[in-house]
Design a protein around this ligand. Structure first.
Ligand code: HEC
Ligand code: HEC
Ligand code: HEC
Ligand code: HEC
Length: 172
């Protein structure tokens, strides 16, 4: 771990402790979303973000796992760009164990959101949040993860040829 990383994870830990012991009152916005959140899957996000969910459903991202033929659905080489959080502790394992994380779901772009869900729960039925509540809730999730996430899957040559060669495509 680099020194700066150490420093940041140290600070994040301290932050968690301060929150846990109530030193920081809820209402204090966090600079970055808390680390070590777990992946929840898009349906859980849908309970509060229905519009975003419905528009996401229509994108190729929602079907990114289904376009893989069964042979490739268990092939890590392919799956890493067609699922959510492969390799992370709470990320995609296989379609039986983690069906909610198949495809390019919300948390690929926004980061895992279990803590965001927990913090937001009390406000689920609130029409208009106070500025403090709004800040608190937004502070627990990335508006968009800081790395250039699109490029991780789209510019790297996932497939030797573009468009995707016929033998990789599902048979019509
Ligand atoms: C219990 C309700 C609830 C759940 C579940 C929930 N959110 Fe949110 N989320 C909110 C609220 C409330 C806000 C504040 C803004 C608003 O009112 O839309 C918010 C804001 C956001 C924002 C904007 C952040 C910003 O900086 O502007 C993103 C992105 C987001 N949520 C993603 C997600 C994702 C991804 C999931 C699933 C992992 C999720 N949310 C689950 C309630 C929820
Ligand atoms: C985890 C890998 C991954 C990431 C990250 C990712 N994509 Fe994709 N994207 C895919 C895959 C796989 C498909 C093909 C899905 C299909 O054909 O069903 C796709 C399809 C698309 C399409 C085709 C349109 C559609 O609805 O089918 C667009 C546009 C797109 N992505 C844009 C983006 C943008 C913009 C970002 C970043 C904000 C992004 N992607 C991040 C994997 C990813
Ligand atoms: C580096 C990330 C990455 C890897 C690895 C990857 N893919 Fe993809 N895949 C994408 C992206 C991005 C798209 C959407 C853009 C495109 O069609 O090039 C996509 C699209 C697809 C599509 C839909 C094509 C279409 O025309 O509708 C299929 C099928 C597919 N990939 C199969 C595979 C298979 C099989 C493997 C493993 C041999 C694989 N992918 C590995 C990123 C990847
Ligand atoms: C391919 C990446 C990608 C995926 C997948 C994705 N989002 Fe987003 N989302 C974005 C980007 C980019 C923004 C705009 C960020 C900005 O404005 O700075 C955004 C904005 C948002 C916002 C902020 C309010 C708004 O509408 O502008 C919410 C809430 C949100 N997304 C929720 C979701 C939920 C819920 C899902 C899954 C059902 C989802 N997103 C899937 C990339 C994604």
């Amino acid at each position: 771990m680099k020194r700066t990383q150490q420093l940041w994870s140290g600070l994040a830990c301290l932050g968690a402790i301060l929150v846990a012991f109530g030193t920081i009152s809820p209402g204090t916005a966090l600079a970055d979303p808390p680390e070590n959140q777990e992946f929840t899957g898009a349906k859980r996000c849908a309970s509060c973000h229905f519009d975003q969910y419905m528009s996401w459903r229509k994108t190729g991202h929602a079907k990114a796992f289904d376009v893989l033929t069964p042979k490739y659905q268990t092939d890590e080489k392919c799956v890493k760009c067609h699922v959510t959080g492969l390799g992370a502790a709470s990320g995609f394992k296989d379609i039986k164990t983690t069906p909610a994380l198949a495809g390019v779901t919300c948390e690929v772009c926004h980061g895992p959101g279990s803590e965001h869900e927990r913090v937001s729960q009390p406000f689920a039925k609130v029409k208009k949040l106070t500025p403090e509540q709004d800040k608190l809730v937004r502070g627990t999730i990335w508006r968009i993860v800081p790395q250039n996430v699109c490029v991780e899957c789209h510019i790297t040559q996932g497939h030797k040829e573009s468009p995707t060669p016929p033998e990789l495509r599902p048979k019509k």
